[in-house]
Design a protein. Structure first.
Length: 380
C-alpha cells in the first residue's frame, strides 16, 4: 500500500526539497512526486504541515536507555525498551552496545540481538561489543577484571551473529594483525578503542583492517609532537571513521573542530554512548556494582570518571551545528548517512532516496521530534 507524505521540507541527505511528496510503499521509499501529480491508488496521505522530514538517525554506540542497561539483562525485552527510548529522540537504527563483560554475557547479548532481528524489533540492526579485549591502561569506566585476550574461542563467538552488523571495539596492541584480519574477513567491523597503542601499532592495525575509532580522543593515546599516538593515526588516515560524543563533557569543541578539519568529509560520525538514564527519570544507575550519578547531562563515578552519557542523537546534531560551526545539513549527515556508510548500509539507510528503507523522522524548527517511521511504520 502506498502512502504519500506531503507539505513538508524534505532533506534527502543531499538537498532540501519542497513542493514534492515522498511516496513510500510498505518498507521502502518509492520516490518523489509533485503534489498535483499524486497517484490515485494511495492508501494514505500524511500532511507534514510544513515541518522538516529527515533521514532517520543511526547510532552505533548505545549502552542503555529507558531506565535499563544492555549489560544488566541482555534480552529482547531490554532491546525493545532501549530502542523505544532512543526512537523518541530521532534514532531509527542503533547498535545496542555491550560494555566489557564475561564471554557468557557476550553470548547472551548476541543471542538477544539475533532473536530481536528475527522478530523484527524496530531499530535494532546489530550489536556493538565494546570489549572485553581492551587495555587496562585506558580502561575508562570499564571493569578491567573482565578483560581478556582475543583467542580462537572469542573469535568464534564474535563472528557468530548470522545476520545484522557486528562492531567490535578492541585494543589493537593486545592482539595481532592476523587476528584483526580474521575478524574482518568474517564480516566483523573492527574499531580501535580503550587502547594504549602507539602510532606504529595503530598504523599496523589499520593495515590489518581496523575501520573505525571508538569515541575519538577518549580512552586512547593522545596526539603529541614526537608520538602521534592513536589520535594522530586516526586523524591522518583518510579511510577510517571516527565516532565522537558531542556532549560538552567528553571532548572540547575546539578539539572536535580540529578533528573535523583533519579528516576527509564523511569520516566523522556522531554517537551518543548513552546510558540507562536516557529517556527516563533516573538520577543515576549502577555499572559493575558502582553507582553512576547523572547530573546536568553528565554521567560519572564518584571519582569523576566519565561513564557514557545522557546524550540523545537530536541533541548531538544540535550541539554539532552550534558548537562545531558546521551546517545543519552536515551535522545531519554525521548522524545518519556517515554511520550508515561505516556499517556498510549506505545504500539502505541515512538518506531519503528511491529504494531506501522508509526510516525517517519529522522534526520542528528546533529539531524536536514530532514523529518517526522505521521501515514504513510510524511511531504515532
Amino acid at each position: 500500500m502506498k502512502t504519500a507524505l506531503l507539505n513538508g521540507r524534505i532533506f534527502t541527505g543531499d538537498e532540501w526539497i519542497e513542493d514534492q511528496a515522498l511516496i513510500i510503499e510498505d518498507k521502502r521509499i518509492l520516490g518523489f512526486c509533485a503534489v498535483n501529480e499524486l497517484p490515485e491508488n494511495l492508501h494514505q496521505r500524511i500532511d507534514l504541515q510544513g515541518q522538516r522530514l529527515l533521514p532517520g538517525l543511526v547510532d552505533t554506540q548505545v549502552n542503555g536507555g529507558g531506565g535499563v542497561m544492555f549489560n544488566d539483562v541482555p534480552s529482547v525485552e531490554t532491546l525493545i525498551q532501549i530502542s523505544q527510548a532512543h526512537r523518541k529522540f530521532g534514532t531509527t537504527a542503533l547498535l545496542p552496545t555491550l560494555i566489557s563483560d564475561k564471554l557468557s554475557v557476550v553470548e547472551h547479548a548476541i543471542t538477544a540481538v539475533r532473536d530481536a532481528l528475527d522478530q523484527g524489533v524496530p531499530g535494532i540492526i546489530g550489536i556493538h561489543l565494546e570489549g572485553p579485549f581492551l587495555n587496562p591502561a585506558r580502561k575508562g569506566v570499564h571493569n578491567d577484571k573482565k578483560f581478556r585476550r582475543l583467542d580462537d574461542q572469542a573469535i568464534e563467538l564474535l563472528t557468530s551473529l548470522p545476520h545484522g552488523k557486528t562492531l567490535v571495539t578492541l585494543a589493537p596492541e593486545l592482539t595481532t594483525p592476523e587476528r584483526i584480519r580474521q575478524l574482518c574477513d568474517a564480516g566483523v567491523i573492527v574499531a580501535a578503542g580503550h587502547t594504549a597503542a602507539d602510532y606504529t601499532q595503530t598504523r599496523q592495525a589499520l593495515d590489518a583492517g581496523v575501520k573505525a575509532f571508538t569515541h575519538l580522543f577518549n580512552a586512547m593515546t593522545p596526539f603529541s609532537s614526537r608520538e602521534p599516538g592513536v589520535v594522530g593515526a586516526a586523524l591522518e588516515d583518510s579511510e577510517s571513521w571516527c565516532g565522537v560524543i558531542v556532549d560538552g563533557f567528553h571532548v572540547h569543541p575546539a578539539s572536535l573542530r580540529v578533528a573535523l578539519a583533519a579528516k576527509p568529509r564523511g569520516k566523522m560520525l556522531l554517537v551518543t554512548d548513552a546510558m540507562a538514564t536516557l529517556g527516563s527519570e533516573l538520577g543515576g544507575f549502577y555499572l559493575n556494582g558502582e553507582w553512576i550519578q547523572a547530573v546536568d547531562g553528565r554521567c560519572a563515578t564518584s571519582a569523576g570518571t566519565l561513564a557514557g552519557s545522557a546524550l540523545d542523537m537530536l541533541s548531538a546534531v544540535r550541539n554539532t551545528r552550534d558548537w562545531l560551526k558546521i551546517s545543519l545539513d552536515e551535522a545531519l549527515r554525521m548522524a545518519s548517512r556517515y554511520p550508515a556508510e561505516m556499517l556498510g548500509l549506505g545504500d539502505e539507510l541515512g538518506s531519503l532516496k528511491s529504494g531506501y528503507r522508509a526510516s525517517m523522522i519529522l522534526v520542528d524548527e528546533e529539531l524536536r521530534l514530532i514523529n518517526s517511521w522505521i521501515d514504513g511504520k510510524a511511531l504515532h
